[in-house]
Each structure stands twice: as structure tokens, then as C-alpha cells.
Design a protein around this ligand. Structure first.
Ligand SMILES: *Cc1c(COP(=O)(O)O)cnc(C)c1O
Length: 343
């Protein structure tokens, strides 16, 4: 049975074109720098985000942690949003791998106050008790589905650089952000020294993320990637799919965004559903249902109808559109929701 899967954009299957490219990929030992397909991907990936160099990593989490590990020294402090992926969903890895302290601040949908950041910057040499701020992390698009305005990134980046602190961008969905803002990805990445983005989410590659930055940064990161066990051998098979993700798939994200908007509009017509259409920036629709619901039963009901959904998190549902979800599928999802709520 073919399911409509709206749990996440991480569930995307590779396209037929990717499968064929992977089958035919020319590969070599990438630890020896001998994988031509990987070299091509890393070169193009750097270009796309306007950085000198880039490095393939197994996952987004790996890429973020490698970036923190490369920018910081043990005992440094990293300033970042309390609700960002690095804090919420990366198993506390920054304390284990880089050995840093995370200094979180509250944000409004990923928008941090530049003043709050400025007030938290510390220089170890100024006070016996202080750690030094080693890095500031931003996230765009934010994992709650909204896009942070470029002006906010610019302000924070200026404060960071005035204090000689680097900026890392968790850009897992940076192409969704650029698509929403209708700008070239380099307009978003110009405010960071390093960026991580995923090939594996809405871009449909089966595995992999990219870290990009200066030549010097990537050279250091490559050594630390090896330390973390991320030196991959004939990884060109993965790079072949990644190339299609970057050459083609990033240009069609608008479709996912339109389908998410359409899904949001149609769901908001259902009286039991509360949903803020202004918060639909990318491919994610968040909503609540104002009714007593047995969530396990609801998930099973949808599954029987051929739709995979996640139960709500803190009372909030998240439906995510992707390449494999069509407008017609959206209509069917809405009809299924109506049918369930009628019961
Ligand atoms: C998915 C995601 C990651 C991590 O990617 P994985 O490949 O799942 O490790 C990091 N940051 C954000 C904002 C994400 O959405």
C-alpha cells in the first residue's frame, strides 16, 4: 500500500532520477580524496551557499555538532535560541563532543533580540570567572516552520563580528527559507561564517548534509569529521543523489509551500481546528484541535485511510508537505480529517 506520509520531510524517498544516478555514480575512496562525485558535490554545494569550501557529513545533527566542535574550544560558551534544534533535538551533544556550554535565550519564532545577544557576550580574559563566547548559532528556516527575517540575521551577525565571534547557521531548511523570501540562498548565508544544510529533507536525497565555510574552516572540520567517525569511503553514491537534490530539487520547494498553504487554508475551514495561516511560511502546517481526542485512535484512523501522521507534540499537530504529497493528496487529507471529526 502506498501511504501519504505527512509526518515530516525527512520521510521523503529518493526520486527515480536519484536512484539511477546513484546506480551509475563514479566513486572512489573519499578518505583518500579520490571520489570524483563527492568532489563535484562539495564544490557545487560551496558555490550554492557562497562559501569557499564545503564538506559532506552524514546528517544535519553531525554537521551542526561538527561546526560547533570546529569553531569552539572546550569551555567556550555558545549563544543560541532556547527552542533551536541544537538545544532541543541533538541529545546534548555539544557538551559531549565540543565540550561547550550552551547559553540559551528566548526567541520569538527564532527571532532573537540582538540586544539580548549583545548582553550575553563574554570575554574570558576580562574576568577570572567568565568563559569566552566562542560562537553564536542561528537557525533559518526555524524548526517551528517560520522564516527569520534577513534584517535580524544581519544585526546579530554585525554584533558577533564586531566582537570577533563567528556565526553558524543551522540551515537544515535554508532553501525553504530562501524560497519563502524569494532570494538567492547566498542572501541568507552571507550573514554566517559556516552553514549546515540538509540534502535529505525536502530535497529528497536519502542521506546527507553539507557544512560550508571558509577554506581554513573546512580543512579543520575535515580532520574533526574523521575524529567523529564521519570519514566515508565510496560516498559518491550518496553524493550522486545530493547533486540532484541541489541541481534540481531545491528549485521546486515552492510547490511544497503552496501545498502547505492550501492544506492550511482548507483545514482552517473546519470549525474544530485552530490554525494561524500567517505562520505557514514553508512546508509545515501547525494546528490544534479544540476537542477531546484520543490521539492514538486518531493516528490509527488516518493510517487505515493510508495517511501517516504524528500525534501532537504539546497539544500541537504538525503536518508537513513534500515532493511525494500532491494537491490531490491534500484534498484527501482534509476529507479524512472531516470524516474523523464527524465520528
Ligand atoms: C532536521 C534538522 C536538523 C538535523 O538533521 P538530521 O539530519 O535529522 O540530523 C538540524 N536542524 C534543524 C533545524 C532541523 O530541522
Amino acid at each position: 500500500m502506498k501511504y501519504i506520509d505527512i509526518r515530516s520531510d525527512t520521510v521523503t524517498q529518493p526520486t527515480q532520477e536519484m536512484r539511477e544516478a546513484m546506480f551509475k555514480a563514479e566513486v572512489g575512496d573519499d578518505v583518500y580524496d579520490e571520489d570524483p562525485t563527492m568532489k563535484k558535490l562539495e564544490k557545487y554545494a560551496a558555490e550554492v551557499v557562497g562559501k569557499e569550501d564545503a564538506l559532506f557529513v552524514p546528517s544535519g545533527t553531525f554537521g551542526n555538532q561538527l561546526s560547533i566542535f570546529t569553531h569552539c574550544e572546550r569551555g567556550n560558551e555558545v549563544i543560541l535560541d532556547d527552542s533551536c534544534h541544537i538545544v532541543v533535538h541533538e541529545v546534548g551533544a555539544a557538551s559531549v563532543i565540543a565540550g561547550v556550554q550552551l547559553r540559551t535565550i528566548n526567541s520569538d519564532n527564532g527571532v532573537m533580540s540582538p540586544k539580548d545577544i549583545k548582553n550575553r557576550i563574554r570575554k574570558g580574559e576580562e574576568d577570572l570567572h567568565f568563559p569566552s563566547t566562542g560562537l553564536i548559532c542561528l537557525e533559518n528556516a526555524h524548526s517551528n516552520g517560520t522564516v527569520v527575517p534577513l534584517e535580524n540575521m544581519k544585526e546579530i551577525s554585525e554584533i558577533a563580528h564586531k566582537n570577533e565571534i563567528p556565526v553558524h547557521l543551522d540551515g537544515a531548511r535554508v532553501f525553504n527559507a530562501a524560497t519563502y523570501l524569494n532570494v538567492d540562498p547566498t542572501e541568507v548565508t552571507q550573514y554566517c561564517d559556516s552553514v549546515m544544510f540538509c540534502l535529505s529533507k525536502g530535497l529528497c536525497a536519502p542521506v546527507g548534509s553539507i557544512v560550508a565555510g571558509s577554506k581554513d574552516f573546512i580543512q579543520k572540520a575535515k580532520k574533526k569529521r574523521k575524529l567523529m567517525g564521519g570519514g566515508l569511503r565510496q560516498a559518491g553514491f550518496l553524493a550522486a543523489a545530493g547533486l540532484i537534490a541541489l541541481e534540481k530539487m531545491r528549485f521546486r520547494l515552492k510547490e511544497d509551500h503552496e501545498n502547505a498553504r492550501y492544506l492550511g487554508e482548507r483545514l482552517s475551514e473546519i470549525p474544530e481546528i485552530s490554525l494561524n495561516l500567517d505562520d505557514i511560511h514553508i512546508n509545515m502546517v501547525f494546528f490544534t484541535i479544540n476537542e477531546d481526542i484520543n490521539f492514538r485512535e486518531m493516528v490509527s484512523f488516518f493510517l487505515e485511510k493510508g495517511i501517516k501522521i504524528n500525534p501532537p507534540e504539546n497539544g500541537e499537530f504538525r503536518f508537513v508537505t513534500n515532493y511525494w504529497v500532491s494537491k490531490k493528496d491534500v484534498d484527501y487529507i482534509v476529507e479524512t480529517m472531516k470524516e474523523y471529526l464527524k465520528k
